[in-house]
Ligand binder design. Structure first.
Ligand code: PLP
Length: 381
């Protein structure tokens, strides 16, 4: 099937609006010019609303992991320890990065299981410079308790780093209220910009704690912070200029819709996916406790035992709808539907319809219809 006719429903990269794609085709400008400075300033101002923060924001040319690398590398030197809390693939990435620069003490939960705050607090007693967690663990579709971990980090005087890559702008995410010193997102998720930008907010407290000698040369938060204070505002190295055009346009789109309204739309879409899953007898993957919730930006579901991953996702793809499978140890066990950015009600209904047709064809359900009906009902609320 032609990619122009394909509906991309994975948890990032996501569908990009035509006006954002068009913005990228503008002529190049100098990245040291006042014109670029104005674009960057406009983005940074709107991003503060997006992140719900007054902290300084820098935009780095690189994917989301570049932001994680910059945060951990900037803070953790060979003599430092960082606490990482994991219940999925991206939490484990923080552990790997922590061990690259210093030492990570990881509190690990099974993939898809919720955090146990007592275990986290016990680990904090050991003394660490920073705590890192993933808010929306994309690999398993769970929202982890950033507010509560933020409180613990403050109590133990640790810098608090949160990967909000698949969360900021989609789920509730309160950088300042939750005491997040470094928050990170990626352009290809809730912003609905093509991949290639890592966006990082940095508190004064985090900036003061940045290590003089550690970290990489390119993803250096100190260099980025220095450059945004220059006139005109700039980046230390040549940025991906077309992506900045796209970011500015996408942020204006979000502002026009309203940041709150956008999150409410995404919440409704996810509610519809969950309602359809329930109607079709499909189990959601994550296990929740009082501190965790189902993600609104990615719904992870168990693959019914009567069908395999290839038939399910392959069958949906034949109908022009692309969804994600499980990663690593969850390969073949779960599938994931993304609802981020400019995803619409029609997109969700088309996705559920494709899912139902495959399930009916493979004999998992008797006839299609109940999933779409349940989703439509949820959207109508
Ligand atoms: N963290 C989370 C929660 C993610 O969802 C992703 C990507 O899916 C990443 C980190 C890695 O981001 P990137 O692939 O942009 O480097």
């Amino acid at each position: 099937m032609d990619i122009e006719d394909t509906l991309l429903m994975i948890p990032g990269p996501v569908k990009v609006a035509p006006r954002v794609l068009r913005a990228m085709s503008k002529p190049m400008i100098s990245h040291r010019s006042p014109e670029f400075g104005r674009i960057y300033d406009d983005c940074r101002e709107l991003l503060q609303e997006f992140f719900e923060t007054k902290n300084e924001i820098v935009v780095m040319s690189g994917s989301g992991t570049c932001g994680m690398d910059a945060a951990v590398g900037g803070l953790i030197g060979s003599d430092d320890r960082i606490l990482t809390i994991t219940n999925g693939k991206f939490g484990e990435r923080f552990t790997e990065i922590g061990n690259r620069y210093g030492r990570a003490i990881s509190v690990d939960f099974e993939w898809g299981m919720p955090f146990d705050l007592e275990r986290v607090e016990a680990a904090l007693e050991e003394g660490v410079k920073a705590v890192a967690m993933v808010h929306n663990e994309t690999s398993v579709g769970i929202i982890n308790p950033a507010r509560e971990i933020g409180r613990l980090a403050r109590k133990h005087d640790a810098i608090f780093i949160v990967d909000g890559i698949s969360s900021i702008g989609g789920n509730e995410f309160k950088t300042d209220e939750w005491g997040i010193d470094i928050a990170i997102t990626g352009s290809q998720k809730c912003l609905a910009v093509p991949p290639g930008l890592a966006i990082v907010s940095v508190s004064e407290r985090a900036e003061e704690a940045l290590n003089e000698s550690s970290g990489g040369y390119y993803a250096d938060l100190r260099a980025h912070l220095k450059s945004v204070r220059k006139k005109p505002t700039q980046t230390p190295f040549t940025p991906a200029v077309p992506l900045f055009y796209a970011l500015q346009e996408a942020l204006h789109m979000a502002e026009e819709e309203g940041f709150e309204a956008r999150r409410a739309r995404i919440a409704r879409l996810a509610e519809a996916v969950r309602a359809a899953a329930s109607a079709l007898g499909i189990e959601l993957f994550p296990v929740l406790n009082e501190y965790s919730r189902y993600s609104n930006t990615v719904t992870a579901m168990k693959i019914p035992p009567e069908i395999d991953d290839e038939k399910l996702r392959g069958g949906m793809k034949k109908q022009g709808v692309v969804v994600s499978g499980g990663q690593e140890r969850l390969k073949g066990k779960i599938f994931r539907i993304g609802t981020m950015g400019v995803c619409s009600e029609g997109d969700v209904l088309r996705t559920i319809q494709a899912l139902e047709l495959v399930l009916a064809k493979e004999g998992v359900i008797n006839a299609p219809g109940e999933g779409v009906a349940a989703a439509a009902k949820a959207l109508d609320r």
